[in-house]
Write a protein that binds this ligand. Sequence first.
Ligand SMILES: [Zn+2]
Length: 440
Amino acid sequence: MNIGLDDIDSVEGGCTTYVASRIVKALVNLGISFSDYPNLIRLNPNIPWKTRGNGAVALRIQFNGKNSHNIFSVVCSIIKKHALSDSNPGFVMLTGDVPDDIVNFSKSAMHTLVTKKKALTLIRKHDLDSFELGSGLGIIGALSSIGCTLEDDHTFEVISYRKRRMCGKRREVSRASILAMNEKMGHLTFNNIDPETERILITPRGPDPVLFGIRGGGAASVLRSKDMVSTREPFEYMLYRTNQGTGAHLEHLLNVGDLKPYSSGRIAGSISTKTVTMEGGHVMFKLKNQEGEVNCAAYQQTGSLKESCTALEIGDFVEIGGGIRRASSRFPRVLNLEFLRVLYLKPQYRWINPKCNCGRIMESAGHEKGYRCRECGAKNRTGRKIPKEMQRTISTGLYQPPPRAQRHLTKPVARIGKEKVWTKPKLKPGWYSFKNSELF
Ligand SMILES: [Zn+2]
């Protein structure tokens, strides 16, 4: 059985994952076992009205078909207990294998704008149980999370939760222990710190109940990493299997001739204008291919990515990925850059005066009077400027924003070549711990 959840902003200040952990706890207490780790599914990040982070959760449980009504009402009551009155929770329950049209709906939700109407059509078609509060927009993410079964590339995140009385207080987590964990775990984890600013990225800053979250390629390694972080604060934790760090939203090929606002994906083409740095530091340029031309922007916050773009020249062939922003009164429709892959650098030339026989670069002798040498006095009346290839300040390869400016779905460079396929193994013992709970 599959339980999909989204948009559950909780009274504790947390989002869907926190309430999902309360549901897992309740299901464990009912003696229910799980066929997969909870799936944390990030959806298209380029939709402006998403809730923070746009993370939905799917729980996959082993279920013999009896008493599904009981499970449904347990989940509903936990959502009602925790949901903020102005949030828009959605909950969908599906028994059995996930149908293809729900898998496809989920694939669309990664890179485009999907409607609640479409979600409800599928829910009716397959006769699924569902529950919503507020506008119920969470139904979209709830159904999408069920459809994203993470059979291909995936990563893990262990999220630790604070006690309720600690929410809003300073997080007393040892910085030294996080740096040591990062050093020791190497590429088994990712985005623990931002290397440029040395900012710690595993601890959020808001009042939510998340104490810290550690991301990595394997279940065992992220669980081990959690034990290397020292804090005096008691916490609970849960391990998630997730599409974070897989670049799933940028796999789709965008058609430059038919760009839909809020869609995400990738485009290949040639740089067709000089890059311009705008007031505020954003870098703008255009990219062209046989389908048309698109305005591109690398925002100031993308740091090194934006810097790299300033070195592009007309004729360079690149692949770019990002999200399409709707046109505003001030700006046209634009692709907001999340990565740049330089495939070919068009040689750039500077025109210089001819060389003298003595080896020195000659200087102009005046308008239409040719060139003369200051060293030996030689003259050259018929000489012409000659092209000299310039050294480029950018090379072929992949450019990304620094970790602090990356999306949850951004595939870090360190993960390239480490993509995985899921073969359902036994769940590792200790994938959750609720022993410090005072909420239930
Ligand atoms: Zn000379």
